[in-house]
Ligand binder design. Structure first.
Ligand SMILES: [Zn+2]
Length: 483
């Protein structure tokens, strides 16, 4: 039965009521949030009953978050779950179990990206919408990074199912493989693979610190098809939305419930090596030295300066690794090895910083008489979120009585790569103290106060966004899809 109240202005039936006869319609006070949307007809809406009243089972989500945290190489609250290790595989098994219990179809691709599919009533005619994130965790991290987006997405789908609805188009929940670079040195492995952002020849070269190749590791974990089979066709999704903790403190500081992410910064990374002849710390006169360690020290300061002199507040630059060899107290270094990370939401500004740093390295090497190797090891382009999805997130927050702000994601996520192919957005929830990637996030991330409140409040916007994504795309058709 197709309910009249769930028809759009273009008369497209977006959701079919699959309400069971024994289920009573859920009362909604006044006009429900959906009735205010431009795609629904309030006039046809019986004000006292509304079948679309999904309810998040908060205890269930929190219990699953805690259970997933026990699939770890470390004792809770510290979490470590590295791709294809036993803890990662057991976490996947647990996730598959709870997804199956929600009666969603599951399939996995060649690197273990997992897709849970909620079939729509007219899925053959429309592109799916998707949500999701990752469950791998760097050493000594906490239990929310990524996992919230997977279990939150599952809960949103379950709550809609339990409210008795079937979407017109398929809704997918995606768990991306290895968002963290811990094992193979490259972040967002799964989303890069499925968005064709990782050339096959490069994929086959990826090796972990034990010499195990990505290809060997994925096959040992049971993912044996050809790597080329993982790429998703361009028309797979009409919208993708990722829910994630902010991993910064701007929402918390401003007491804002929801962040509508407008763009995602991306890093360029470089490996730098200065080489000199070294010598004895006592015997080699100062005037005769060509010290690569001091060249490295000068460059580290130039890296900082490049970001401080940047035109926007989003410029950041970091010397995350700096080692001298042989590293003896009585030895002038023979080499200095640095690894740099430079980020901005604007590609041009990010690249300008990198060029400036490279020019500085060249001048420093010339002045100090040392050799320079400067290799850019990674240079992903930043991504803009789809402006309609940003608006939907903002509108959903507004209609649900939540405060929101538009902000950029300074960290990068699987959404960066999904945005290459599909209209993409991100929803941030506050993260207490901006802390993540730490075991004490159990205490410090919003679990005590803000998180619970956000998640409880968040049930409407998150469900709303899944609904609105379907709605919006259905109503606008190809106009949105071409953006
Ligand atoms: Zn994450």
């Amino acid at each position: 039965m197709v309910s009249d109240i769930l028809r759009t202005s273009s008369n497209l039936a977006l959701f079919e009521s699959t309400q069971e006869p024994h289920q009573k319609p859920v009362a909604v006070k006044g006009a429900g949030f959906l009735s205010r949307g431009s795609f629904f007809h309030p006039a046809h809406h019986p004000a006292t009953t509304h079948p679309l009243a999904p309810k998040i089972n908060l205890e269930r989500v929190l219990s699953e978050l805690k259970t997933l945290a026990t699939h770890s190489d470390l004792t809770p609250p510290a979490v470590q779950r590295v791709v294809y290790t036993s803890s990662d595989l057991s976490a996947r098994t647990y996730l598959q179990r709870i997804i199956s219990e929600a009666n969603l179809a599951i399939h996995e691709d060649v690197v273990g990206n997992l897709f849970a599919v909620w079939r729509g009533s007219s899925s053959s005619q429309s592109r799916a919408v998707a949500t999701g994130s990752h469950i791998d965790a760097i050493p000594h991290s906490g239990m929310y990074d990524g996992v919230l987006g997977v279990l939150g997405g599952l809960e949103a789908i379950r709550s809609l199912k339990e409210a008795g609805f079937t979407p017109s188009r398929d809704v997918h929940l995606i768990m991306f493989t290895s968002e963290e670079p811990t094992r193979f040195g490259i972040g967002c492995l799964g989303s890069r693979v499925l968005s064709a952002e990782l050339p096959h020849e490069y994929m086959y070269k990826l090796v972990d610190s034990n010499g195990t190749t990505l290809d060997e590791a994925r096959k040992a974990a049971g993912f044996t098809k050809e790597l080329s089979e993982a790429i998703l066709p361009d028309d797979t999704y009409s919208a993708f939305v990722e829910l994630h903790i902010e991993q910064a403190d701007s929402l918390e500081r401003s007491s804002t419930h929801i962040g509508a992410v407008t763009s995602i910064a991306a890093p360029a990374q470089a490996a730098v090596r200065f080489s000199g002849s070294g010598g004895h710390a006592g015997a080699l006169p100062m005037a005769e030295r060509h010290d690569p360690g001091l060249a490295g020290a000068e460059l580290a300061l130039e890296v900082e300066k490049a970001a401080l002199d940047g035109q926007s507040n989003y410029s950041v630059a970091t010397t995350g690794r700096f080692e001298v060899f042989p590293g003896a107290v009585n030895s002038v270094p023979r080499t200095a090895t640095l690894e740099l990370d430079v980020r901005n939401v604007e590609l041009e500004e990010r690249n300008e910083m990198l060029t400036r740093i490279r020019d500085s390295a060249t001048k420093i090497a010339e002045r100090r008489g040392v050799r320079l190797e400067f290799n850019v090891t990674n240079a992903d382009a930043p991504a803009d979120c789809n402006k309609h999805i940003v608006e939907m997130v903002a509108q959903a927050a507004q209609e649900s009585g939540l405060s929101y702000s538009r902000l950029v994601s300074r960290a990068y996520h699987d959404s960066l790569f999904m945005a290459r192919k599909f209209p993409t957005g991100m929803i941030f929830v506050p993260c207490r103290g901006g802390v993540s990637h730490r075991p004490d996030d159990l205490e410090r991330i919003v679990i005590r106060i803000t998180f619970i409140r956000s998640l409880a409040n968040f049930r409407l916007p998150f469900c709303h966004i899944l609904i609105k994504a379907s709605t919006h795309v259905d109503a606008r058709g190809d106009r949105l899809l071409k953006l």
